[in-house]
Structure formats: structure tokens, C-alpha cells
Design a protein around this ligand. Structure first.
Ligand code: SF4
Length: 224
């Protein structure tokens, strides 16, 4: 098992934290050792798909909420817009947890905001392995943004949406409704941080993941 060599992370991105559900060792290597994932052709296809999705028409209530986020970003270093889009951070046990939600819907009658994660895949079988990762990323986004949406008198929707798209032609493959609960996200982060501190065992992933692992195998504690 890999022992963390660097200091406990000052910040962690939601997509890195969520990789715990694919491989806990990879999550630790990325968050604690700072080893970056290689940019692949498949990831480039996903980025093009996301750019296309961002161009959808926006409702009036969506634009109003967006304007409130812009206003907040002028006065706070905890919410901002960068080359990816809207982002925010929230502290958990002294570490900044950062989220870049793909999108959101405004349920104006209910005064709720529903966060959205778009995932592109080439084969529907991948939902089995990427589903838990995407769900966790989505829930962390909802948790990070909770104080900001409360500040503008909105609440988190009870369910957030995970949309699946075919990476080749951006054909919709369906969606999952993911129930949100603040306590569950905080329990996940607590368990994750215990693992980073070496106080919780790392569970090895399924064998096929190691066979296809390119970036991390050389650094991985299971293969030393
Ligand atoms: S080799 Fe296996 S255990 Fe190690 S990081 Fe890759 S997938 Fe995870």
C-alpha cells in the first residue's frame, strides 16, 4: 500500500475525489502525490461533446441565477469563473474541495437548483464503472455549491441529474436521478481523508482496471 509522502492536500477537485469509486489507489496518487492523468484521445472527444452541450439555450431563471453567481464572484475568492466555466470551493477538515459543475437547472417555483453532470461514453457498458464516479462528482458539486445557492435563497434539489451521451454522435443515452444528502457527501469526504492519512485501508480495484492502467501503474503501491 502506498503511504502518502507529501503533505495532506490543501485542495482537491471533485473529479479527483470521485475517482475513489474507480480506483482508490489512483485517487490517492492524484490527490496526495499530485500525479496528473495523461490527456487521451478519448478525453478530447468528451471535451468536444461538453462544448457542444454548453451551447444549449438558457432560461430566464437560469440567466438570473448566473448573474447572481457573477456578482458573488466579484466579492469572494471562493466562487469564480475560469476557462472551464463556473467553479467554487468549500472547506472540509481544512482542505478546499473544488467543484466545476457541468451545468444546472433552476426550478424557480420550488426555489431549488438541480446540478447536472454530462458524461460521454463510447460503450454503454462503461456506465457500470463510470456511473459511481460520475454520481459522486455530481454530489460533491451540489455540496460545494450549497452555501452559495442558500445565499441567493435557493436550496439544493432533492435529486441531481446525470446525463449519458454517445461520444461519437452525442446521441442521448438516458439519465439517472441521483438523490442528494449533505450528510452522505460529508461521510464520503471523511472516509476519503482517513484513507489519505493512512488510517483506512485502500481497497484494490478489479483486476481488469490494473491491466488497462497506463498513467499510474509505475507509481502504484499494489505493483511495487
Ligand atoms: S495499477 Fe491498478 S491499483 Fe494501481 S492505480 Fe492503476 S488501477 Fe489502481
Amino acid at each position: 500500500m502506498t503511504q502518502p509522502k507529501k503533505l495532506f492536500p490543501e485542495a482537491i477537485n471533485s473529479h479527483v475525489a470521485a475517482r475513489y469509486w474507480y480506483c482508490a489507489e489512483e485517487c490517492l496518487l492524484r490527490a496526495v502525490e499530485g500525479i496528473k492523468h495523461k490527456y487521451t484521445k478519448a478525453m478530447a472527444g468528451g471535451t468536444r461533446g461538453h462544448t457542444w452541450l454548453e451551447q444549449r439555450p438558457k432560461s430566464k431563471s437560469y440567466k438570473n441565477v448566473y448573474a447572481r453567481f457573477e456578482e458573488m464572484a466579484k466579492n469572494s475568492s471562493n466562487i469564480w469563473f475560469d476557462f472551464i466555466g463556473l467553479a467554487a470551493r468549500r472547506q472540509f477538515q481544512g482542505t478546499w474541495v473544488i467543484a466545476h459543475p457541468d451545468d444546472y437547472d433552476v426550478l424557480w417555483k420550488e426555489r431549488q437548483i438541480r446540478f447536472i453532470e454530462n458524461k460521454t461514453i463510447t460503450n454503454p457498458d462503461w456506465k457500470r464503472y463510470l456511473g459511481p464516479v460520475a454520481q459522486q462528482q455530481l454530489l460533491i458539486s451540489a455540496w460545494v455549491f450549497e452555501p452559495f445557492i442558500n445565499e441567493i435563497n435557493y436550496d439544493s434539489a432533492p435529486n441531481h441529474y446525470l446525463y449519458w451521451w454517445d461520444r461519437n454522435d452525442m446521441w442521448p443515452l438516458g439519465y439517472d436521478e441521483i438523490p442528494y444528502n449533505t450528510r452522505d457527501v460529508e461521510k464520503f469526504l471523511n472516509d476519503l481523508f482517513l484513507m489519505f492519512r493512512g488510517q483506512r485501508d485502500i481497497i484494490p480495484p478489479s483486476e481488469f482496471k490494473c491491466r488497462t492502467c497506463k498513467t499510474y501503474k509505475d507509481h502504484c503501491g499494489f505493483w511495487k
